[in-house]
Design a protein around this ligand. Structure first.
Ligand SMILES: [Zn+2]
Length: 293
């Protein structure tokens, strides 16, 4: 059920979730700020939310986590997963996380509240939809399992393991040849954590139209696309994420996308042509007609 809903929502390309650069940035903030703290209480599912998913009964989360040490957080694509001794806490890409200092006021609404022994606390709130999944480290069986496995086991797009050779095996595989650049990059979890949010600027930087067929690309264009994936994501990460997203402390990112609903109709920064929007694959694409042939 989870994956079905997820897929149908993803097809609408709702751009309100963190992607790989933000996940990495937030994971690092969590490791600097929360890692090593002992958990004193947990409340999950406090504010009802139709599209908040839990692993089993959220009332059990307290039993699973209380008294344990909040360990290292990993970014898997756009997902965040924390080791909490013999348990794991997996947060989907549609969950807003926020850290609060001792003495701060607890927000009225949340789907996850974790208190620590120094009286600081972490909240998670689901935006459109999102999973807050707590489970034993050695067993995770639900409809979200393939999604997590794929995000966790493939080379992370921002890591050195995601190199040109790996990218070329992806883009040169038979099944990808008839796909468009957008479909190749941002669907089917081909590159976990690369979604519609960061896609537009990658293609702009690569000077490729989103509808360009993969089998029409030259070797140089493929290599250039790889470098644009890397450099664009790095730039977003170094800016602390996109401006539409917030970090662990509620601060907006400093990356302002070149192509987005906010820049649609405005002049392209390179050629001055108005930035266009089109509906495509059940969602929106933005592009410059001059720069992205
Ligand atoms: Zn242009």
């Amino acid at each position: 059920m989870f994956v079905c809903v997820l897929n149908s929502i993803n097809q609408h390309n709702i751009v309100i979730m963190i992607e790989a650069p933000e996940a990495l940035y937030i994971a690092e903030q969590m490791n600097q700020t929360i890692q090593g703290k002992r958990i004193t209480f947990v409340t999950a599912g406090y504010t009802p939310h139709k599209f908040a998913w839990f692993y089993g009964n959220p009332e059990n989360y307290g039993n699973m986590l209380t008294g344990k040490i909040f360990g290292i957080t990993h970014a898997y694509g756009g997902l965040l997963e924390t080791d909490i001794e013999d348990s794991r806490l997996l947060l989907g890409d549609g969950v807003n996380l926020r850290y609060f200092k001792p003495g701060d006021k607890i927000p009225d609404k949340h789907q996850l509240l974790i208190g620590f022994e120094d009286e600081s606390f972490l909240t998670g709130s689901v935006r459109m939809y999102g999973g807050i999944l707590c489970f034993p480290a050695d067993s995770f069986e639900c409809s979200f399992t393939p999604y997590r496995d794929s995000a966790k086991n493939k080379p992370q797009v921002m890591s050195d393991a995601f190199n040109l050779d790996y990218f070329l095996t992806l883009i040169n595989s038979d099944e990808k040849q008839k796909k468009t650049a957008k479909a190749f990059l941002a669907t089917e979890q081909t590159i976990p954590g690369l979604g519609n949010g960061v896609l537009q600027d990658i293609l702009f930087n690569a000077r490729l139209h989103p509808k360009t067929r993969i089998n029409t690309l030259t070797d140089n264009q493929k290599e250039n696309l790889f470098h644009c994936v890397k450099s664009t994501l790095k730039e977003i990460y170094q800016a602390g994420g996109r401006n539409s997203e917030t970090d662990l402390f509620g601060k907006k990112g400093n990356y302002f996308p070149i192509l987005s609903k906010d820049t649609c109709g405005k002049p392209c920064p390179v050629c001055g042509e108005a930035i266009r929007k089109e509906n495509y694959m059940g969602g929106s694409i933005y592009y410059c007609f001059e720069c992205q042939k």
